[in-house]
Design a binder for this molecule. Structure first.
Ligand SMILES: *Cc1c(COP(=O)(O)O)cnc(C)c1O
Length: 422
């Protein structure tokens, strides 16, 4: 289910016309379907209803408080990769005891604050991090639950910039070092090795890499339990992909069947960290054509949205479906769909068959619910895109467009200098 369809010749998010949204809040604007996020979450949760499972939504995919709040009300936990994300999750109503904190570079301050908040678990990515968490927790008389994020050395078969579980990646601890790191953890104060974890990459579209990695992780968990480690949770990570270009999506039933089969001998809690899967297809970037430009050998649709609003095509060579908001049956012809930023990578699609459109027409860039608004920047001194959440026939502005003055009101052409003191 996508939540976006044509009603009376015009693209709608649920029952709200995207044209009406563009008129009310301008463009470029992200529009999310609340119903789609909820339904996708429920599908995922129901697939594990017969196991003790905790679904920790990966906040970085889309960290808007309204999206987090919606998922928190469904019972989701959160997977955070910075203390800022931990705080967002708490602000949105996620119970601290459902929050895991991952990330390779947790600072001492971040660890202290997460301990104060009382999160469920730290997913540890290196030996010095383990020792730092131990020292900080022990000094405060606390015991922090930790998982070691294991790098299972499998190829997730995804884009090089989003594969994380292959030997040589900066993430996690190599499988062949895992037992000695757990043995070391058992000697440290202030921590309890309560879990094993993995996250092998993103936009994974087949079950096989998950199965290869999880099989290794479960075997490790069983050896650790036999050695007396208090492992009560297996964190399967995120990474389940979505269709961007008509790919067959991962069948969540098949994924769940595999996970339950591979973990059948493990009585504890299963954890998951889906991000993209829950929100990716629930959002579009709504943009207006500023100009239709006819070059000598190609035609351009020049949008008011740029790579600062949606960086995925420039950064990951990502393919996004782009459709006209005004339904038209006219014959498509190839065009380049580009944005305003002064970079040749500010291009959303090349030679894309599109119907003939004119200045002022609206386009929807689909599958823009994940890693889209969250990655937006103000490059070229452009305001961040607005964000809208739709529920049925209503919509809410969940991120207003800020004024351009806001972008540089904290800067000065003649700054006040202070002596460094060194
Ligand atoms: C990014 C990330 C996720 C979510 O990945 P998706 O592909 O969006 O599901 C989960 N866990 C960790 C540790 C991550 O860094």
């Amino acid at each position: 289910m996508s939540g976006f369809s044509y009603i009376a010749g015009s693209l709608h998010a649920e029952q709200v016309s995207l044209t009406a949204i563009a008129e009310a809040v301008g463009t470029p604007t992200y529009v999310y379907s609340g119903d789609t996020i909820r339904a996708t979450y429920r599908d995922f949760a129901e697939a594990f209803a017969d196991r003790d499972a905790l679904i920790c939504y990966a906040v970085k995919a889309n960290s808007n408080l309204a999206v987090l709040g919606l998922l928190a009300r469904e019972g989701a936990g959160a997977d955070a990769v910075s203390i800022g994300e931990v705080k967002r999750a708490v602000a949105a109503g996620v119970s601290p005891q459902k929050i895991v904190f991952a990330g390779v570079a947790k600072s001492a301050t971040e660890i202290e604050e997460a301990l104060t908040i009382g999160i469920l678990q730290f997913n540890v990515e290196s030996l010095p991090e383990l020792e730092r968490i131990s020292a900080i927790a022990a000094a405060r008389g606390l015991v922090a639950d930790v998982a070691i994020r294991i790098n299972p050395d499998v190829d997730a078969g995804t884009h090089a910039k989003i594969t994380t579980g292959k030997k040589g990646n900066k993430f996690g601890i190599d499988l062949d070092q895992a037992k000695s790191v757990y043995a070391h953890a058992a000697t440290l104060p202030g921590i309890r090795a309560a879990a094993v974890a993995m996250h092998i990459g993103s936009q994974i579209t087949t079950v096989a890499p998950f199965e290869a990695a999880l099989t290794r992780l479960v075997a490790l968990a069983q050896e650790l339990i036999a050695d007396g480690h208090p492992i009560t949770r297996i964190d399967c990570g995120g990474g389940v992909g979505i269709p961007y270009h008509g790919e067959a999506p991962i069948d969540i039933g098949a994924y769940a069947e595999m996970v339950k089969r591979v973990t059948a001998g493990f009585p504890g809690t299963l954890m998951f960290e889906p991000g993209r899967y829950l929100v990716g297809n629930a959002g579009v970037l709504l943009s207006r054509i500023e100009y239709v430009k006819q070059g000598s050998d190609r035609r351009f649709y020049i949008l008011d949205a740029g790579m600062n609003d949606l960086i995925r095509p420039a950064m990951y060579e990502a393919w996004h479906e782009i459709i006209s908001v005004r339904e038209t049956a006219e014959t498509p012809a190839p065009v380049d769909i580009v944005g305003p930023i002064c970079e040749s990578s500010c291009i959303f699609a090349k030679d894309r068959p599109m119907p003939p459109l004119v200045d002022g027409d609206l386009l929807a860039i689909l599958s823009a619910g994940a890693y889209s608004a969250a990655m937006a920047s103000s490059y070229n001194t452009r305001a961040l895109p607005a964000e809208i959440l739709v529920e049925g026939d209503q919509f809410a502005v969940i991120k207003p467009r800020r004024s351009l003055d806001d972008l540089f009101s904290d800067e000065s052409p003649a700054p006040a200098f202070v002596t460094s003191g060194v």
